[in-house]
Design a protein around this ligand. Structure first.
Ligand code: AMP
Length: 284
């Protein structure tokens, strides 16, 4: 495995890879856990070469978010990725990815109706930053397939739109959510949680699984949302941002589960100062 932390070095290596070799790409912000590992394993199974990027992308963080304190553990991450059989880690500098950031700012990619809702409403500019960095990384890495977790459901959907609408010549592979044995969705931000906060955070996955059970017999979305919102609001130490049940393709509100082929319940909440997200498929 090679760790490459400069753009010129990466481009030089990329240009030597035989075009007939299939390349799988797993973009990450590092502080890796089993969820990331599951994406890497899938890429290893599907492709001859796997490239993982580690880049804490400044443009997807709001001015009051955790960009500066986001966990950075390149050495530990490299050990894990080496064990997983990754071929290259690309860990570029901010100036490699955004050479003109100070002088000209950044291009913003928006997808009307999709980037400004849910996570995009709570975190203005977040998805514009995600879509920008993913586009830049796709152009540098030029993979055949790229792997994204549906833990970040809206992100995964937006990236599928991006690739289709801008004709990026690659395939997006959505991958399932990895959870701790108690149900908590794995996340690099779980490292911020105290023991007590971690217990509080469990109400997210517990509420989602209650809703999944209820949805088998209760098709009324308002009823399901009320149950979840009340349960989460009763959880002390947790501050709910949103709980919404939406069409899994358009992310639009529905009144009854039968109104969409695919239905997803999405939640975001603060536990202490840590913002967590989770989701569950109710249909499709
Ligand atoms: P991040 O480092 O948080 O930007 O995440 C990198 C990739 O890992 C994204 O595609 C995430 O959706 C995915 N990911 C994060 N947590 C999980 C998880 N618990 N299960 C599966 N994939 C995940």
């Amino acid at each position: 495995m090679q760790v490459i932390s400069d753009l010129a070095g990466f481009k030089a290596i990329r240009s030597t890879i035989d075009p007939t070799i299939r390349i799988g790409f797993v973009p990450t912000m590092g502080a890796l856990h089993e969820g990331h590992a599951s994406l890497v394993e899938r890429s290893r199974a599907d492709n001859e070469i796997t490239i993982v990027s580690i880049f804490v992308n400044p443009t997807q963080f709001g001015p009051h978010e955790d960009f500066h304190k986001y966990p950075r553990k390149l050495d530990e991450d490299a050990l894990l990725l080496e064990k997983l059989g990754v071929d290259y880690i690309f860990a570029p500098q901010v100036s490699d990815i955004y050479p003109n950031r100070q002088s000209t700012g950044n291009i913003a990619i928006t997808i009307p109706g999709l980037t400004g809702i849910l996570e995009g409403k709570s975190r203005p500019g977040h998805f514009e930053g995600v879509l920008l960095v993913v586009s830049i990384l796709f152009n540098i890495v030029r993979p055949h397939r790229a792997y994204f977790g549906i833990k970040d459901y809206q992100q995964c959907l937006l990236i599928q739109h991006l690739v289709k609408d801008l004709h990026f010549p690659l395939e997006i592979i959505p991958c399932p959510i990895l959870r701790a044995p108690d149900g908590l969705a794995l996340s690099s931000r779980n490292a911020y949680l105290s023991e007590g906060e971690r217990r509080t955070a469990l109400s997210l996955s517990q509420t989602l699984s209650d809703i999944k059970v209820m949805a088998a017999t209760q098709p009324d979305v308002a009823h399901l949302e009320d149950y979840a919102i009340n349960k989460l609001n009763r959880s002390s130490g947790l501050r709910l941002d949103y709980f919404e049940i939406v069409d899994g393709n358009k992310l639009q509100h529905i009144s009854y589960l039968h109104e969409a082929e695919k239905v997803v319940a999405l939640v975001a909440a603060y536990v202490g100062k840590t913002r967590l997200i989770d989701n569950i498929m109710l249909k499709g």
